[in-house]
Design a protein around this ligand. Structure first.
Ligand SMILES: Cc1cc2nc3c(=O)[nH]c(=O)nc-3n(C[C@H](O)[C@H](O)[C@H](O)COP(=O)(O)O)c2cc1C
Length: 390
């Protein structure tokens, strides 16, 4: 069901990423464990935009681990095959980009400089990395050079910095721009905030102003099309990056497309439509993982997001959260009231990861200088681990 809302609307031009035109300037944020082929398809069915894969580590890709090859697989009708790479060593990142380009496995590559997970930052990776200007510059320059051989646009995604006393986004943005990236995305939080507090849209506006000559994409706390419009109005960004807001709400991409085309039509699904999406999501996961076991294990984490705010009994919720097979999923979903309407604000707002702020784990003496010392160089070359993060 769709309804019209008299809320804000705004028209935003297509987003240009090198040779790629993204008609709806909306990006599905890379999310490890979420933005696999199945979820990307589900989102794509509702609206336009660019849909980024889960991050893949450069090392795993270079070693061609089966999991890394699964992550970078795309459906035949994914016209822009977008891959996010994580890496801490320029040579390995360069080699991973080369594989993607030479083997024609991607049309867009994003580099992850936003991951706040301790096992990543402790090794100098993710959101800890832009602090080291020499390393950050070397990675971005190498990646852009390799990507340009295939005319593939390369973008970066980062946080504001390590903490409020160690901000990196303006310098990193300028370095990335000077290195020839196609766009810069900023999640308006520091690493030490993890997912707590509110994303700082003023920092996004500051970056937009500092980099007039490259597209800037804003990320953080967009839970609705109205939020997306508000971010564009407040910051002037060229596109928005949507993470947790679409968890359990793939139809948000329909709302976003409508909003950016100046329409105030919004999806307000009743329980039947939600339940149909859950089942379809599970079926697509079965295809993606090639079997029910992994697929059903994966769909369980989505249940609370899908049914947030809907009338679903406690027992049924518990059973959905441990559903073992597609057949049982069908039986459970059939117990829901197909007439139950959209519950309104209870189904909206924040969802997914939150957490509390904590000091960022870093390699020894990391903050003392903006350049790598000898000990840190050896940590970095040993740090190309097979991790998955966020
Ligand atoms: C479950 C989960 C996994 C994530 N994985 C990644 C990732 O692989 N790469 C990345 O750059 N960011 C990752 N992120 C961060 C998101 O891309 C996004 O920057 C963040 O959630 C803030 O946007 P939001 O407020 O719209 O959720 C992850 C976030 C979540 C919640």
């Amino acid at each position: 069901m769709t309804v019209s809302s008299p809320e804000l609307k705004l028209e935003l031009p297509p987003l240009q990423l090198g040779p790629i035109t993204v008609d709806t300037p909306v990006i599905l944020a890379p999310m490890a464990g979420i933005t696999n082929k199945a979820f990307r398809r589900l989102c794509r069915e509702y609206g336009g935009g660019l849909y980024v894969s889960e991050m893949v580590t450069s090392r795993a890709l270079v070693e061609r681990s089966p999991e890394s090859l699964r992550i970078i697989e795309h459906d035949d009708d994914e016209l822009v095959r977008s891959v996010q790479l994580y890496g801490v060593d320029p040579v390995t990142v360069g080699a991973a980009v080369r594989i993607l380009v030479e083997e024609d496995r991607a049309d867009h590559i994003d580099l992850n400089f936003g991951c706040p997970v301790p096992k990543v930052t402790r090794k100098g990776g993710g959101s800890a990395l832009p602090w080291k200007l020499d390393l950050f510059t070397a990675i971005v320059q190498t990646a852009v050079k390799e990507a340009s051989r295939g005319n593939i646009p390369l973008t970066i995604k980062m946080r504001k910095g390590i903490d409020e006393d160690h901000l990196t986004f303006l310098e990193a943005g300028r370095i990335a721009r000077d290195s020839g990236v196609a766009a810069v995305a900023l999640h308006g939080r520091t690493a030490s905030q993890f997912y707590s507090g509110k994303a700082d849209w003023n920092a996004i506006a500051e970056l937009r102003e500092a980099l007039p000559d490259v597209p800037v994409l804003g990320n953080g706390d967009i839970w609705s099309a109205e939020d997306a419009i508000a971010m564009v109005r407040q910051t002037g960004v060229d596109g928005v990056v949507i993470g947790r807001g679409c968890q359990g709400r793939p139809w948000l991409f329909g709302d976003l497309q409508a909003a950016f085309e100046g329409s105030d039509t919004r999806h307000r699904p009743g329980l039947k439509e939600v339940s149909d999406s859950v089942y379809r999501h599970a079926e697509l996961l079965v295809e993606t993982f090639g079997g029910e076991m992994m697929a059903l294990r994966d769909i369980r984490k989505h249940m609370a997001w899908y049914f947030k705010g809907y009338v679903v009994g406690g027992d049924l919720r518990a059973q959905l959260a441990t559903v073992p097979t597609l057949a049982v999923l069908r039986e459970l979903l059939d117990q829901l009231d197909p007439e139950a309407p959209y519950p309104g604000v209870d189904a909206e707002g924040p969802r997914g990861r939150a957490g509390s702020p904590k000091k960022t784990a870093l390699p020894e003496n990391w903050l003392e200088s903006r350049e790598l010392n000898a000990a840190q160089k050896s940590i970095i070359s040993a740090a190309e681990l097979n991790i998955s993060g966020g």
